[in-house]
Ligand binder design. Structure first.
Ligand code: PLP
Ligand code: COI
Length: 342
């Protein structure tokens, strides 16, 4: 164990807190160094870093879970490694191998074991890998050097705690991504583009906004920093398909769970915003959001309520219980989904 921590696990939200050690590796002269754990949570980088001016950076998010027997496990970390590679190649950052990515995750979790919440509290250890362009550079072009970092924070719910529905509104004024832009990779620019839309939705009392397809504004794409899913009245699991959506690992897992565990039909297809009445339940899914039931969606000033604004629907609950059970080790996971830390 590292530090003795005194955390009220039940009160954790999704917020930064400094943990003991973080991982840093530098790319220079054409290769990554071995990387090391450091105490300092501040970076000292050139004022001319491409990550600061031209957004040459990308990141990931995954979690470590404490199981009933006290061990710690990661959920599908190699999927995050693969997505980080896609993000890196889209913004001309040298790739990070699966081995290097996993090694960074394992080192950071082991070094901060005391921050992994006890089983049963619902809290987890969120891991934030990131890669940024550093070094002196002025013209628009890739950086001469890069930094791969990974830190962790104990976290609770991203939206409301528990399986409580929240409401969202569609964003008509702002898109998070362009049709052939960077919506399908995890780069900071997508999130910078979402800040104003989020603030607008929050000021009207909504948890976040729903982004529509940037070309026509007629189809659902993302729910804030999470993917969308819906359960039709005839029990089909539906989730949008589009080149400007971030391919969520939680969504990919729910597709598998819906098919293989719950024996549901699954469709990845367009979800027209004027087809909300086809759905009996809808939700947002992601690492931070886990599964957050959507109470209602406001579109063009009209609120459409699904199952309920206060109660989770039965299918969403089954999806949640299965996913949560797999993540915390209570439900048998498909092969390769779980990587044991210790
Ligand atoms: N969509 C966006 C824009 C996100 O930021 C995230 C979070 O990573 C997701 C979807 C969900 O992806 P995942 O389930 O891999 O965390
Ligand atoms: C995640 O779910 O891991 C995310 O990255 C969402 C985040 C931007 C808060």
């Amino acid at each position: 164990m590292s530090t003795n921590v005194n955390i009220d696990w039940s009160k954790l939200g999704f917020a930064y807190s400094k943990t003991d050690l973080r991982y840093i590796s530098i790319w220079k002269n054409g290769k990554w160094d071995d990387g090391k754990l450091v105490k300092d949570n501040n970076l000292s980088i050139s004022e001319a870093s491409t990550s600061l001016h031209y957004g040459q950076q990308c990141f990931e998010g995954l979690k470590a879970y404490r199981t009933k027997d006290g061990s710690i496990q990661l959920f599908r970390p190699l999927e995050n490694a693969k997505r980080l590679r896609n993000s890196c190649s889209r913004v001309l950052i040298p790739e990070i191998s699966d081995e290097k990515f996993l090694d960074a995750c394992l080192q950071v979790v082991k070094a901060n074991e005391a921050f992994v919440a006890p089983y049963g509290t619902g809290a987890t250890l969120y891991l934030r890998p990131y890669v940024i362009g550093i070094g002196d550079n002025l013209g628009v072009g890739p950086a001469p050097e890069f930094l791969f970092g990974l830190f962790c924070c104990p976290v609770g719910a991203y939206f409301k705690s528990g399986l409580s529905p929240v409401n969202f509104m569609t964003s008509d004024e702002y898109d998070r991504a362009a049709p052939f832009g960077t919506g399908d990779v995890k780069v900071g620019g997508n999130y910078a583009a979402s800040l104003l839309a989020h603030e607008h939705a929050a000021s009207k009392g909504f948890a976040d906004c729903i982004y529509l397809d940037p070309a026509t504004h007629t189809k659902i794409e993302e729910v804030g920093a999470a993917n969308f899913f819906g359960i039709t009245k005839d029990n089909v699991f539906v989730t949008p398909k589009s080149p400007s959506i971030l391919p969520s690992i939680t969504k990919k897992s729910l597709i598998y769970i819906a098919k293989e565990y719950l024996k549901m039909d699954v469709q990845e297809r367009d979800v027209p915003i004027d087809s909300l009445s086809d759905f009996k339940e809808t939700g947002a899914c992601g690492t931070a959001a886990v599964i957050t039931p959507i109470g209602g969606i406001e579109h063009k000033g009209k609120l459409h309520v699904f199952h309920s604004e206060t109660e989770v629907g039965p299918v969403t609950r089954k999806l949640y219980d299965t996913l949560y059970g797999i993540q915390f080790g209570d439900v048998l996971a498909p092969e390769g989904w779980i990587v044991k830390v210790k």
